[in-house]
Ligand binder design. Sequence first.
Ligand SMILES: [Zn+2]
Length: 89
Amino acid sequence: MGLRPEFAKGVTGFVEYAKTLEPFQHNGVIKCPCNKCQCLYYYEKPDIVELHLYRNRFKKEYSVWTSHGEIDNSLMYFNIIFLVKVVAQ
Ligand SMILES: [Zn+2]
């Protein structure tokens, strides 16, 4: 099964927001919310986080929206904000 366009948008959106967060602004790192890293590890390259998300998907708690078929933009926005909050902690 191929990736849904919504998933790609979510990944891009997430990384864009993560770049505005304090860890990236100060140290140039992003906390990875993928299924393997579980927000425990930081990476210096946004590309790596993107790759992880494509490969491992988001943490389980977020898999509902990534596998959901009909996500409108507002819901996507909400989920990205929520993810960024978790990662910013
Ligand atoms: Zn990861």
